[in-house]
Write a new protein. Structure first.
Length: 159
């Protein structure tokens, strides 16, 4: 019975070898497999996300809509939606600073850490800008000073 078993294994190995020889991958198949492998590597980059809510500290933490959120020293800028929420996707892992600004409010900078395949959550509020009465008085004095316009006599004589 053992010799019969050996013959079957030998025949099965021979069939497997002949099948492998018949189905050799062509150059087109190799190029396709290689390009799929490279594409997978390119799109599998590990990046993170930052999301959060910006609130108005002066108005009982109401959402601040259309506030500007910028990642410092990058061109990435977004605005909050009607609920004060924002999201920035596809950020390379590392340490960044978010700059949050809104007209009439103090600009704040929030340090964040972006990790691979994770979402960093931010909840922060903005305070209104404080205007000093001395600054207003100084602006009024500057606007009340007379302005003198003089023309150069050489330019006047040429006309």
């Amino acid at each position: 019975m053992l010799p019969n078993f050996n013959i079957r294994v030998t025949l099965d190995l021979h069939r497997l070898h002949s099948f492998a020889l018949q189905t050799r991958p062509s150059m087109k198949n190799l190029a396709l497999i290689f390009s799929l492998f490279i594409t997978t590597l390119m799109f599998s980059q590990q990046q993170g996300t930052v999301a959060g809510t910006i609130l108005d500290k002066e108005l009982n933490n109401e959402p601040l809509l259309f506030a500007n959120i910028n990642i410092k020293n990058t061109p990435t800028t977004v605005q909050t939606n009607f609920h004060g929420n924002f999201e920035i996707h596809d950020i390379n892992p590392g340490n960044y600073t978010l700059v949050v600004s809104y007209l009439g409010y103090e600009t704040i900078e929030v340090p964040i850490i972006i990790e691979e395949n994770k979402t960093t959550q931010i909840i922060n509020g903005l305070e209104t800008k404080k205007i000093n009465l001395q600054d207003i008085a100084r602006l009024q004095r500057v606007s009340e000073e007379p302005a003198y316009i003089t023309a150069n006599s050489e330019q006047s004589s040429r006309k």
